[in-house]
Design a binder for this molecule. Structure first.
Ligand code: PBG
Length: 338
């Protein structure tokens, strides 16, 4: 006979910090964090940093400031950065994405030189580099609502070229976020063909067309000039499809997979983890960050407790890797606790 109340009392193991610690199922460590950085080419002239209005506490950085930020992250025990670039100029093709002296390539070299042990992950996408703000190149399509559509197969070559240029600059991991079909395979083939078979791919496998990216598009100046991203990013209503996307990326050669956004997608972190058996990253995106910061600033939430609870919940859902703008604060709070 299974015992229930009054023999069973769940509160027994909650009675002290020692007991709670002993039976805690989930750990949260700075060693699981990835800190995203925005490096802006235009700031290299003036130097320094520029605040991002929609993401209090996050700044666009010059190369020098990015190196300083990298050093600070490493000192806090954060093992990895995720780099996003804002080029000085954009064009139709997004050619700034694969230039040898592009903003991300320069930042990778500078950071790897200054802090070699810090892992540098690069976001592979064209949206920050194209004048139209879409994640691939366009082609005329009379049937499309705006007369143009993102050309999947033509974009693959450019994305692969971008990934190779990042890896050549010294990126430890490349992370395609464009959501074109076949991009993991295209990138894997191009890396391998160029002698870069040791560079892992972190695929943004289940990336949803989400309202939670709003602040990022302000930060990275990457909002689409027309239309939206629903023709390539996923429908937030679809969970089975997310698993399918992740399994396809595994077949194409992904080393790690990602679910993005994170907070409203814990079910899919779990489902993707179970189906793929690969390391899973959860991207705690700009809008999730902005909500907490706004509520904390208004006095509605305790920022520290909220952030640690959110990050713990993503670990509990099954993510090994947590990509979060809270990384530095959370690392400091965890260090104070121990
Ligand atoms: C680029 C990209 C985006 C994010 C990461 N890579 C924006 C988008 O797809 O519109 C979002 C990150 C965030 O919101 O923090 N494609």
């Amino acid at each position: 006979m299974p015992m229930a109340f009054p023999q069973t009392r769940m509160r027994r193991l909650r009675a002290s910090a020692g007991l709670r610690g002993l039976v805690r199922e989930t750990d949260l460590r700075a060693g699981q964090f990835v800190l995203p950085l925005f490096v802006a080419e235009a700031l290299n002239v003036t130097g320094g940093r520029e605040p991002i209005a929609t993401m209090p506490g996050v700044e666009r950085l010059s190369l020098t400031a990015a190196v300083a930020e990298a050093q600070e992250a490493a000192a806090l025990g954060i093992p990895a950065l995720m780099l996003f670039g804002l080029p000085a100029e954009k064009d139709e093709q997004g050619s700034g994405a694969w230039e040898e002296d592009g903003v991300v390539q320069m930042a990778v070299r500078a950071i790897k030189q200054a802090v070699p042990e810090l892992l540098v992950i690069t976001d592979v996408c064209l949206c920050e580099y194209t004048t139209h703000g879409h994640c691939g190149v366009l082609r005329d399509d009379a049937g499309a609502p705006h007369g143009q559509d993102v050309d999947n197969d033509a974009s693959l070559e450019l994305l692969a070229r971008t990934a190779v240029s990042h890896a050549r600059a010294g990126a430890d991991i490349v992370a395609p976020s464009d959501m074109m079909d076949g991009r993991v395979r295209a990138i894997r083939e191009e890396l391998d063909g160029k002698g870069l078979s040791r560079t892992p791919i972190l695929a943004y496998s289940a990336k949803f067309a989400s309202a939670f990216y709003g602040p990022f598009r302000d930060a990275a100046d990457s909002a689409p000039a027309f239309g939206d991203r629903r023709g390539y990013q996923m429908d937030p209503a679809n969970g089975r499809e997310a698993v399918r996307e992740a399994l396809l990326d595994v077949q194409e050669g992904a080393d790690m997979v990602m679910v993005k956004p994170a907070l409203a997608y814990g079910d899919l972190i779990r489902a993707v983890k179970r189906a793929t058996r690969l390391p899973v990253a959860a991207y705690n995106v700009s809008g999730e960050y902005a909500m907490v910061k706004a509520a904390a600033a208004a006095g509605y939430l305790d920022e520290r407790a909220t952030v640690l609870e959110i990050l713990t919940s993503l670990r509990r859902a099954g993510a090994e890797v947590l990509i979060t703008y809270h990384a530095k604060d959370a690392a400091r709070w965890l260090a104070e606790q121990s």
